[in-house]
Unconditional design. Structure first.
Length: 361
């Protein structure tokens, strides 16, 4: 059976190279007589994959030496709770910038743990824009500032990283990790569930400044201690070895095509085709988002009415374009065009959109 184009928001499409290599090695990993996911995580073969994944990530994202890379279970959602538990101490305040559903989820966990402040809330504009630096009312001396760099549901993305001075900046990059180079001088921690741009579900990929790890509480249960994971290179307990392996294969794929430069080139090509199709539709397709805040990973749009949206999604599905239904909380359509989505997939989608408009305009 031929593969279809899968625009699902997560879990989402992976590079065919990643899937094929995994299936070649699945039963008998490099002639070891067993699968990598059946062997000890303390053995040499797994250890190589584990550390090679960190090395590749460091190389591709140009991560400086004063940052640790961590592989933790519980996805991004676990980090919503773990961050305030470890970093928001008695008497401190944490800032949460509210740009949409995911930022609000992180904020909600923060409120359970300690004192939180909201430097900016996009509620008035129905979360369709990213604030400018001078719109943020940051708390001097806060424990950290938290933001969601790409709102997967609302389809908006920070085009810059704000200056937070001496206050550590923490970013949920679940849906745009590895899609752009990062200014490490401005950022202290990024975390991302792996199931969008990298691998299957099963872990959070985390990059955390060593000095921030040193500030984290050490009187918590073992799994909640960042320093515990950092000291043992994320091998304190059994790591999600399958997900680490698949992340490794996807990073190898990124490197093989030309690294971040090529990723950005393909991303921009996909983005301009898709937003171009929306703009050139004379209002038939409508993107509700502020032009300067448009996501390069999750593109959302509406049709003239909901019946047409249903028809669009059903016919697209028949044409081999799946996962285009918007999140149930907002409706409409959404195409998630993460790194592994080929340019060809977006081209096919744009052709479909133009044909559909002609037939149903
Ligand atoms: C998907 C998503 C999450 C949740 O990730 P899990 O790994 O399922 O916990 C959090 N934040 C953003 C921005 C997401 O897109």
């Amino acid at each position: 059976m031929a593969r279809i184009f899968n625009f699902s928001a997560g879990p989402s499409t992976l590079p065919v190279d990643t899937l094929e290599e995994a299936s070649r090695q699945m039963v008998n990993y490099h002639d070891s007589g067993m699968s990598l996911i059946e062997m000890s995580h303390r053995g040499k073969l797994y250890d190589e994959v584990h550390h090679d994944t960190m090395t590749l990530a460091r190389e591709i994202l140009d991560i400086p030496d004063d940052f640790h890379i961590l592989f933790l279970q519980g996805g991004a959602t676990m980090q919503f709770g773990m961050i305030p538990m470890a970093l928001l101490k008695e008497g401190q305040t944490a800032d949460y910038i509210l740009t949409g559903s995911w930022a609000k989820k992180a904020y909600s966990d923060g409120t359970l743990i300690g004192k939180v402040n909201v430097p900016w809330d996009g509620k008035e504009g129905s979360y369709t824009k990213i604030p400018a630096q001078d719109e943020l009312t940051l708390t001097p001396g806060a424990a950290y500032v938290h933001l969601c760099s790409n709102e997967t549901i609302g389809g908006i993305q920070w085009p810059y990283f704000p200056d937070t001075g001496d206050v550590p900046l923490i970013c949920d990059m679940s849906s745009d990790i590895m899609s752009r180079p990062l200014p490490w001088d401005k950022i202290d921690m990024v975390y991302a569930g792996t199931q969008k741009n990298l691998a299957p579900a099963g872990m959070a990929f985390i990059v955390m400044r060593k000095s921030l790890i040193e500030k984290a509480r050490t009187d918590l249960p073992a799994y909640l201690r960042y320093n515990q994971h950092a000291e043992s290179d994320s091998l304190y307990n059994t790591p999600p070895s399958f997900t680490v392996w698949m992340t490794n294969l996807t990073l190898k794929w990124i490197k093989s095509i030309g690294g971040m430069k090529e990723i950005e080139k393909r991303r921009d090509e996909k983005v301009s085709m898709l937003y171009g199709a929306i703009e050139n539709s004379d209002g038939y397709y409508r993107n509700p988002v502020d032009a300067g805040s448009r996501s390069k990973m999750n593109v959302v749009w509406r049709l003239p009415d909901e019946d047409l949206e249903k028809k669009f999604i059903a016919e697209a599905d028949k044409a081999g374009l799946s996962g285009l239904k918007g999140h149930r909380s907002v409706g409409g359509c959404r195409a998630s065009i993460y790194n592994p989505m080929p340019v060809e997939g977006v081209k096919t989608l744009v052709d479909f959109m133009n044909d559909f408009m002609k037939a149903n305009g």
